[in-house]
Each structure stands twice: as C-alpha cells, then as structure tokens.
Design a binder for this molecule. Structure first.
Ligand SMILES: NC(=O)c1ccc[n+]([C@@H]2O[C@H](COP(=O)([O-])OP(=O)(O)OC[C@H]3O[C@@H](n4cnc5c(N)ncnc54)[C@H](O)[C@@H]3O)[C@@H](O)[C@H]2O)c1
Ligand SMILES: O=C/C=C/C=C(\O)C(=O)O
Length: 494
C-alpha cells in the first residue's frame, strides 16, 4: 500500500459504557485533530467523573454476570472472535488509526492493526494452554498433602494508553486482561480516541457481555485519567506512557494498595561494532530511529559507533534519513507528522538545544517545507547529530522524535558503560557479526529487551518491559498472567 491520504472524516467519538455508546454527562467535548493536516476532523465526548464511575460500576457488575460465570473455553472463544472481527474490519481500524495519528497507512496496516488482532489471539492461546503448578508435600504425621495454585482474575483493570500505537498498545493490555477473566475500563489518549471506541462496536458484534469492555474519553490530571485511577473500585492499573505520568498514577494506586504494570519512557542505545554488517545496521537503525517519526518507546535516540566505522556509518545514515519525505503523503517514503503541535514544539525545542550544546547537525534539524493539505501538519525533519558530549541534554532526555546523536567509541567496556549510563532501561540494540561479543554485550545491557542485529522483532510470548525509569513488571505470554491474575494456593491434606 503506497498512498496515505486519510479518508475525510468529521464525526463524533463517544464513550462506551456497559455496552452502549454515550455522550459525556456534563456535555463537554474536545476536538479530534488529524496531525497530518492540523485540521479538526471530529468531536470527542469527554467523560465526567460520574461517567467514569458508571464505567467502573459496569465493569464490576460484569464480573458477577455472565462473563464471570463463563468457562475458560467460552471466554477464549469470544476473544478469538474479537480478533477475527478486528481482521474483518481492518479497513475501518486502519482509517481510524491513520486519521488519529497521521501515520503512513503501510505502517498502520503492517504493524498497528494486525497486532491489534494478534494481541487477542495470542493471549487466548496462552490461557487455553496454560499449565498449572502443583506440589506433593510431606506432612509431619508421615502422610502427604497436595498444594496446587489457582489463578483468579484480579477484577476491574484500568487501562491507560498513549497515542503512538493506540490500538496495538491498548490491546496488548486488554487482550491478556480479558483472557484472564477481568473486565476493563480503557482511557485512550485524548489525541487518539478512535480505535478504542471502534473496539466497542467489535465487542458488541461478537456478543461480548455488556460491561466487560468500557471506554472513557478525556485527559489525564483533573479528567478521565485521574478519575479512573482514583476510583476505589478499580483493582489494578496498567499504564503505558511517560515516566512522570507513571509516577503520578503510582501515587493514586497507593490508595487502596492497588497493583500497577508500567511501560514507560526510554532513551535507548544502539551499539554498532566495526565488524557489523553495515547494510543490516543501517536498515535496522533507519527503522529504529525514524519509524513512526521516532515516536516509538523502543526507538533509538543514542547511537554509539566503533571509531573505524564512524565516518562511513554517518554518511550512510545521513542518506537513510534524507530518503524520508516528511509530509509527502502520496509518496511511499512519506514520513508522518508528530502527534500534536505541542509535541512538535517539544521536539523542535530539543533540536534547538542540541545546537546550543554544540552539536553538528549532519542533516535535518528543522521544519520541512510541506505544501498542499499537509502544509499545516506537525512535521519535522529527520535529524542526525554528531559532536555531542555524552551528557548533552539530547543524549539524556527522551525526545520521542525522528532524531539521534551519533558518537564514536573505542572499546567494548567503554561502550557498555556509556549505553548503561541512563536512568532508563527499556531496550538496546547491538550490531556485530562476532557471536561471542553479541552475547556478552547483550547480557551486559541493563534493559528489559536487547535486540542483536535486529530491532522490534517481536515474539508475543516473550517477557516485555523496562527496568529503571522505563517501567515496572513484564508483560507478554505467561508473564502477563502475573499481573492480570491473583494466584491462590490450595493445600489439601490427603
Ligand atoms: N515502554 C513502553 O512500552 C511504551 C510504549 C509506548 C509509549 N511509551 C511512552 O509513552 C510516552 C508517549 O505517550 P504520551 O505522551 O501519550 O504519554 P502520557 O504519559 O502523556 O499519556 C499517556 C496516557 O496517560 C494519561 N494521563 C496523563 N496524565 C495522567 C494522570 N495524571 N492520571 C491518569 N492518566 C493520565 C493521558 O491522558 C494518556 O491517556 C513516551 O514517554 C513513551 O516512551 C512507552
Ligand atoms: O512505542 C512502543 C511500542 C511498544 C511495543 C509493544 O508494547 C509491543 O510490541 O508489545
């Protein structure tokens, strides 16, 4: 798929509570803006505190209704039907995601939408095939007991999502939550409310009992996000977003001692050794730096290149950056916008800061000239810097834009220390053809995920998450069960 124009849509985006679409009870709305054009294309109905309480009450009630009484096999069947319905309506999901984010259609059609379906299918498989745990225990009277674990749903899960991969990141939480028998109240990002609302239609179409899946629209503090995390009938909170927001949510979760699962920010390093396959490294890093216009938590913003390869790497990476066409929506090389005017200004602030702190701007560094309908979109140029100090602001803080600093290194020990010198710990990539070094350096990375000679290659059964300021907990495959279920041990004396 090579053409990107979103379908012109001006429409109304509603909350989804107890199986019905609803306006906000206080009549408040906010604009839905397409960042590719800067135009308002829809109206979102904001949930009030009472609406959020209704959604939580609907989710609580569903736990005691038909959903709570279903067998695992019945639940799995419904969840697989959700996946199939997302696939059947893939074009609607694609239009919605592209309208909200402005991202290239080929990105949404290859990544966001298929993962939306896969996240349901995979967790249905996990729950259907999950092994149990049991122990035979000797007892003081010479007999024995059997201990076995049962997993129960945690209850009502609050799901708070960001705007960069709206459907993918939401379903990554809703899939396992429902597979484990919980119910959810989703608060999508105020910037990307469409696919969460559309999923409400899917739930109704497959016959999901009312109240199992709910959506409330609004902002963070003083709005739906805070109303949801403060609601005492929410049993656990799963959140993907900025580290600072995670801290605010954790304070709310402390009231009532609720569990949290956090996927937060990153400042991910790539290490390119002189023996790397340069073609592979350039291909991989041009994706990890520029895919989704750099708005990927797993994206690379720091690149360390072994000195003999440095000049050639910078030359090739510059060509890769210049191949992207910000704003050229009809071009297969289209680079989408940043998510909002506010985020564009934040990224441009970092572009200015890099120069102020002595960077050489190898390519990019500003706002591209864009014509036509996209002239008011929130585009920036793909950007590479060299000449930065290790402690430069743009080498320490998460930017979330299409840019990176490239710095030479001389030894393995030095580069391991540099890569690990960050408060974050989400992911890293290592590029080398030396097998021993690949394993050694990957194991030394203080991150949740390390890719070697690849990036964002996902097997949904693996543990996913970050250390340090990048998050709490691991999700993926059976790891998700730790958060979405409560384990109880039953001890039977024989
Ligand atoms: N680790 C990961 O897997 C991962 C994945 C994607 C994005 N991210 C991170 O997400 C960030 C970008 O997304 P963003 O800008 O939407 O993040 P954000 O933290 O600003 O917002 C995320 C969500 O939290 C809500 N929110 C904001 N303040 C809140 C509050 N006080 N209480 C409750 N809810 C609140 C927002 O309305 C939104 O729905 C980046 O930092 C990125 O690294 C991490
Ligand atoms: O922007 C962040 C992307 C995160 C990806 C996932 O959470 C995933 O692939 O499950």
């Amino acid at each position: 798929m090579t053409t990107n124009p979103p379908r012109p849509v001006t429409d109304t985006i509603l909350n989804f509570i107890g199986g019905s679409f609803r306006k906000g009870s206080q009549g408040k709305t906010f604009d839905n803006v397409n960042p590719a054009t800067g135009q308002t294309i829809g109206t979102v109905h904001e949930a009030s505190e009472a609406d959020v309480a209704d959604a939580v009450a609907a989710a609580s009630a569903a736990l005691n209704g038909p959903w709570g009484k279903m067998t695992t096999a019945e639940r799995v069947k419904l969840i697989v039907a959700v996946a199939a319905e997302i696939e059947r309506r893939a074009d609607d999901f694609l239009d919605a995601e592209v309208a909200d984010t402005g991202k290239p259609r080929h990105v949404a059609s290859h990544i966001d939408i298929p993962r939306g379906a896969a996240n349901f299918r995979m967790f249905a498989d996990v729950i259907a095939t999950m092994p149990g745990e049991s122990f035979t225990t000797p007892t003081p009277d010479g007999g024995q007991a059997i201990n076995y674990a049962v997993r129960k749903p945690k209850g009502v899960i609050a799901v708070i999502c960001p705007w960069n991969f709206p459907l993918l990141l939401m379903t990554w939480k809703v899939g396992p939550a429902l597979a484990c028998g919980n119910t959810v109240v989703v608060k999508p990002s105020e910037e990307t409310p469409r696919t969460a609302a559309l999923l409400g239609e899917v739930m109704n179409a497959v016959g999901m009992p009312e109240g199992v899946y709910n959506v409330v629209h609004g902002f963070g503090g003083g709005s739906a996000g805070e109303f949801l995390t403060s609601n005492k009938d929410v049993d656990a909170i799963t959140f993907t977003g900025e580290t600072g927001t995670g801290q605010a949510i954790m304070q709310k979760a402390a009231v009532g001692v609720r569990d949290v699962s956090f996927e937060l920010g990153g400042k991910n390093a790539a290490i390119v050794f002189a023996d790397a396959d340069l073609d592979k490294a350039i291909e991989g890093l041009s994706r990890s730096v520029f895919l989704n216009t750099g708005q990927v938590c797993l994206g690379t913003e720091r690149v360390y290149v072994e000195r003999p390869l440095f000049d050639e790497f910078v030359r090739r990476m510059t060509l890769a950056a210049q191949a992207f066409k910000p704003g050229a929506i009809e071009d297969p090389a289209y680079l989408g916008p940043l998510s909002s005017a506010e985020h564009r200004d934040k990224v441009l602030g970092y572009y200015a800061k890099a120069v102020e702190e002595g960077a050489t701007v190898v390519t990019g560094g500003g706002v591209p000239k864009v014509d036509g309908d996209q002239a008011r979109g929130f585009y920036v140029e793909p950007t590479l810097w060299t000449g930065l100090a290790h402690d430069a602001t743009v080498m320490r803080e998460e930017i979330f834009g299409p840019c990176c600093g490239v710095i030479p290194f001389d030894s393995e020990d030095e580069v391991i220390a540099l890569a690990n010198n960050t408060d974050y710990g989400l992911c890293a990539t290592v590029w080398t053809e030396n097998l021993s070094r690949a394993h050694r350096v990957a194991a030394a990375m203080q991150v949740g995920v390390c890719w070697v000679n690849c990036w964002f290659l996902r097997d949904l059964r693996t543990a996913f998450g970050g250390s340090g300021h990048s998050g709490i907990g691991r999700e993926g495959g059976v790891h998700s069960l730790e958060f979405y279920t409560e384990t109880a041990n039953i001890c039977v004396k024989l």
